[in-house]
Design a protein around this ligand. Structure first.
Ligand code: E4P
Length: 218
């Protein structure tokens, strides 16, 4: 399963890329707002830090403006993946971008029916929002496994499932068990994935015992 990081903070992206953890990046207008820097400059910089796909989302909701925004974003770098919302106009834009050879990520997916529409236009990625479904009392991860199951039944579907709106390490594990192709993870969650109390206590013990030997490897 590929790991994308869900942030527009370039420092956090650089740190995780240096650790060899990153296959790509997802951003959205809220994350751009949180990062507090110019959108185009931020995406340009992220695309230089990461080799893999960098999702940059259109900001408008009407077809004409979204189309122009999508084309402009696509020009930033060859690894830009244009993110479009799962609306009729968003998918119309997405279809045209796909026909032009552009990778796209269809965002704000909350049902398997919507995921079928994204596959129909040949989307590169579909992003089911797990945490936001959990937030309203639904089982977000069953949407991921439903979409994986459906897509696997059809050889002509090449759309990859990108589990999004991830709230903790358990979501990452469940996405992997469901067969999700990609998971996009907030930096905090990726750091949490390292943690286990037995790893910490085990290492403390090894460090103490090694010190007691009085030896040095170097
Ligand atoms: C996905 O691409 C979105 O940026 C993201 O996962 C949304 O997550 P949230 O529900 O934490 O805002």
């Amino acid at each position: 399963m590929k790991f994308f990081v869900d942030t527009a903070n370039v420092d956090e992206i650089r740190e995780l890329a240096d650790m060899g953890m990153l296959d790509g990046v997802t951003t959205n207008p809220s994350l751009i707002n949180k990062a507090g820097h110019d959108f185009i400059e931020t995406i340009t910089e992220i695309c230089k830090v990461v080799d893999g796909p960098v999702s940059a989302e259109v900001a408008s909701t009407d077809y004409e403006t979204m189309m122009k925004e999508g084309e402009k974003l696509a020009q930033i770098a060859s690894n830009v993946c244009v993110k479009v919302p799962l609306t009729p106009a968003g998918l119309k834009v997405g279809k045209q971008l796909v026909d032009n050879g552009q990778d796209i990520n269809v965002t704000l997916c909350f049902s398997a029916a919507q995921a079928l529409l994204a596959a129909k236009i040949g989307a590169t990625y579909i992003s089911p929002f797990v945490g936001r479904l959990d937030d309203i009392g639904q089982e977000g991860m069953s949407l991921v496994s439903d979409i994986v199951d459906i897509y696997e039944r059809y050889d002509h579907i090449h759309t990859q499932v990108l589990a999004a709106s991830v709230r903790g390490p358990q979501h990452v594990v469940q996405a992997a068990l469901a067969g999700s192709h990609v998971v996009t993870v907030p930096p905090k969650v990726l750091h949490q994935m390292f943690n286990h109390p037995l790893t910490k206590s085990g290492l403390d013990q090894f460090v103490a015992d090694w010190k007691a030997t009085g030896q040095s490897i170097l």
